[in-house]
Design a protein around this ligand. Sequence first.
Ligand SMILES: [Zn+2]
Ligand SMILES: [Zn+2]
Length: 382
Amino acid sequence: MFKGSLFFVFLFSVQSIFAHHFSISIFSLKTVHSATVNISRGSYNLFIDSANVATFKQGETLKFAIEGSKIRVHYKGTSKLLSHFKLTGEEYLNNFKIGVGGELRTYEDNLICRAEGKSILLLNDVELEHYIAGVVESEAGLKAAPEYFKLQAILCRTYALKNFDRHALEGFNLCDNVHCQAYYSKSSKIPDILKATTATNGLIITDDRFDLINATFHSNCGGQTCNSEDVWLTPLPYLRSVKDTFCVKSRNARWEKIMTKNQWQNYLMSLDVPKELDTAVNGEEVFFSPDGRQISFYFPGKSVKTTKIRTDLKLKSAYFKVEMAHDSVFIQGRGYGHGVGLCQEGAMQMAKEGYAYNQIIGYYFAGVFIVNLNALEFFKEE
Ligand SMILES: [Zn+2]
Ligand SMILES: [Zn+2]
């Protein structure tokens, strides 16, 4: 009986996430004072509370702007002062263009607008798979093999479902910037992205207990990914360091930052590194040349985490060595990003070489399963 109720609760929660639209805060990095919406496909109804007050066909426009603590909406030669309203797509496929402060984007499904203090909160109430396609286009860029778009869709879907309550206190699911996942428009430029989303519809990644994984990724690992605890303290069995030979010739594989000896010494002083180190600095010797990734940078009598040095000096990654030459300090690094989970440039290369999406996911995430959300309850019951 007890097990049965737990099972029911699980099934209900997963099904409800899967079936429902996601509510995404769009233009979330801007303070929105006004916007223009143009219906670019299908038709839309304007709802105020539960009343349908107007219908908009393709090509029709409405404009709105904050006025006091409410929103003044102009449409069809009339205007209304409202605290919130919703535009609901009424046909099989619906999308609209929305312009805010000179930036124009296109989104699918519905738009919710709410006055919040002296600005407007814009929410795209969107079907999960439409959202995933838009995220893949924003996150993965446009140049990749079709197999790569499939695994990126699976990663983004897993992330969205695992973090669906990240902005619950603000009244929506996820934001559209990199704090959650980049979502700058509907997918429209690359047909392969829509095909990849459809081909992997509902697929997500779980750990060996069939819980959604933390599907993290980064641009380039530099040849070796990190254990989760080396960057974020929490050890996770599927986020283990792996050697990656696929990304080492890619765009973000190597970088260099040059500092003057003075700048470097001032930085070391700010870390309270003991003075004996001056000898090494003046002696032009290589004093940090890791063979593989290091968690800490060891000075005589003191160690500093490489992730701290990365943040302090705004380095592309925490995988680097330092060399002296005359009055300059050369920080030579590998990779771009935190290094945990899937390496995007490595995965792109694997896809190009003919590996399948499940092989690529298995390469970067240890001991995980790719399952369909609809089938998850059967595994979960075991
Ligand atoms: Zn967010
Ligand atoms: Zn890599």
